[in-house]
Design a protein around this ligand. Sequence first.
Ligand SMILES: [Fe+2]
Length: 237
Amino acid sequence: MLYRDSATKAQKLYYEMILKSGFPVKGLKPEDLEVVDFGLSQGELDSFKIVGLGIYVLVNAAECGKILCFLPNQYMPEHRHQSVIVMPKGSEFRKGFLDLKKIVKDFRGLEEYGEDAVYLVPESEKIPAPKEGILIPGKQEYFHTIKGAGSMFVPGEPTANPTYKIPKDQRPYTTAQHEVFLEPGVGFHLADNTPHSVVAGPEGLVVLEFSLTSRDPLDIFTNPNIDRITRIEERPK
Ligand SMILES: [Fe+2]
């Protein structure tokens, strides 16, 4: 939950970053920016500055393009985009599949299929989808930095001394610790089902993201306390 005044301030900060990046977005307004607190901010901008993300969606159809903005030293927690199979309401759970509602906090279904559908995640990508299911392929992403710098963490040999450090209380939830350094002009492709997290450098970070269709509620976070959907609330008087 993020208080509205904190969200408004964060939108302004991200808006300034996009302007400074030089990437043109005609008619861009601060309120067009999505702020994501991952359910960890307790309302406040100070904690949001440590873990949070700003997003401007350029397009989200079969193809998706976003501008991702990170404030100085801000961290986007580790998550992955796995294939999901949507089964008709009342379908039985079956061996080899996990119930997405049990691994994603507050998952309330996708708008297009509803809350009553059964959402399955295969334990291995080799397990074929049941015939009556609709397969949503795991999202592949490509990050291309346009301003600032950051450290992305992906599976592989852990980097002993990464350029930028993950906030201490988030480290227990970061399993992939191989650093990929993000800097302007450099891109990185992420396969589906790959755990990844990003921490920005001291000047913040602006990244273009290209991917398959984005369905945020399907993101699987390593930290089970994370809620991907940011709830904006009025600050009590
Ligand atoms: Fe991602």
